[in-house]
Design a protein around this ligand. Structure first.
Ligand SMILES: C[S@@+](CC[C@H](N)C(=O)[O-])C[C@H]1O[C@@H](n2cnc3c(N)ncnc32)[C@H](O)[C@@H]1O
Length: 363
């Protein structure tokens, strides 16, 4: 092992992990680290453990395709309560060495480790679940990532290029995802819908479909877990466009393309509410409470297919003091459906006409 950097042991959930000693405990982790480890992503790994413990069965194979120190895959193998076959892969040879030590430290057997470009590995085999957690965009790993998932298997994908995938950088968004976009007050929702839509469009190229299990935005990344389907029915009802009227602040999704449309993106449910309702959250997870609160939000959000609102948008435009969030949501709920969203403390979604939203805001 390279002796130019020192190592330390951290604990996440029930798993101990050997990681570089100089990993930062706050602020963005750097892709220049000898072996990548970001303590801020513990919530993302806890989410993976929680979701996978509800989806995997004994004997299933799981590929952590961009494994770094092996943190995600090893945690799933150790904590999901199923005897899975774990495959770890990373192009970085130091990552592979540290992953091997982490497997030993946690007593994980039934594994393989490879040191390949993931694009090559994906073309060579298939797995019940494939996880892709890159620096930036996952786009270079498609459509091979979909091909490498077994029948009815699961694909988990992160994108950390939030400015690009959310349309804040429209040219990069078009280049990387093939999506026309522009800056909106609900950019993070565009990011999630763009990621899911991108995966669906890549799937249809090889005559597959997807069903989103759970999709969300958190801590400057977007992530989705989708089931890969053999049928791709109703593709044109699920992929569509977003319209935002900057003057009156109205917004909607539509299957129709048109002037100033943002898309193509996923325009129907981003998560499977029946899965979320029955999902068991392992209590040993350090962020279990935060997971419960995210899941509760996502369940409600599946009821409304319209971009979220931010209370500050109206305050800025109408130069009013914004009402208290809880009071506003209660008021909106008297006339229609409304709820807070997971996109931020000042955000809400509603199916009410824009005039009613504005009236509730200024009453
Ligand atoms: C963001 S890190 C993964 C973090 C990890 N999943 C976790 O939860 O800690 C991305 C990793 O992908 C590896 N990598 C980048 N491009 C790759 C490629 N084409 N094939 C395989 N590994 C790659 C990098 O070496 C790095 O370790």
């Amino acid at each position: 092992m390279n002796d130019k950097f020192s190592l330390t042991i951290v604990q996440e959930g029930d798993t101990k992990l050997i990681v570089p000693a100089d990993h930062q405990s706050s602020g963005p982790a750097s892709s220049n680290m000898p072996v990548f480890y970001n303590p801020q992503m513990e919530f993302s790994r806890d989410m993976s453990v929680a979701i996978m413990s509800n989806l995997l069965d004994d004997g299933d194979s799981f590929l952590d395709g961009l494994a770094a120190a092996g943190s995600r895959g090893i945690r799933i193998a150790k904590e999901c309560g199923k005897k899975i076959e774990l495959h770890l892969n990373d192009t970085n040879t130091l990552s592979v060495e540290i992953s091997r030590r982490n497997l030993d430290l946690n007593g994980i057997s039934r594994t393989s480790i490879s040191n390949k470009d993931l694009r090559l590995l994906l073309s060579e085999g298939s797995y019940d679940c494939v996880d892709i957690d890159p620096f930036g965009t996952p786009a270079p790993f498609f459509p091979m990532a979909i091909k490498a998932v077994n029948k009815q298997g699961i694909l988990c994908v992160t994108a950390t290029d939030t400015g690009t995938i959310s349309g804040i950088f429209p040219k990069a968004c078009l280049r990387k995802y093939g999506t026309r976009a522009s800056r909106t007050p609900f950019a993070h929702e565009i990011g999630v819908r763009n990621l899911v839509g991108f995966v669906a469009r890549e799937a249809i190229k090889i005559r597959k479909g997807i069903r989103p299990i759970i999709s969300y935005y958190s801590d400057h990344y977007v992530r989705t877990f989708v089931r890969i389907l053999d049928d791709n029915k109703n593709f044109h009802e699920k992929i569509g466009y977003c319209y935002f009227d900057k003057e009156n602040l109205d917004r909607k999704y539509s299957a129709e393309d048109g002037q100033n449309a943002i898309g193509p993106i996923w325009i129907v449910e981003l998560s499977d509410s029946s899965f979320l309702r029955t999902m068991r959250i392992p209590s040993h997870l350090g962020t279990a409470e935060r997971i419960v609160s995210l899941i509760q939000s996502l369940i409600v959000e599946t009821r409304i297919q319209r971009p979220f609102f931010n209370i500050d948008e109206f305050a800025r435009k109408a130069k009013i003091n914004p009402p208290k969030m809880d009071a506003l949501v209660e008021r909106l709920n008297q006339a229609g459906t409304a709820a807070r969203t997971h996109f931020g403390p000042k955000t809400f979604c509603t199916d009410l006409p824009i005039e009613d939203v504005i009236r509730s805001m200024t009453r």
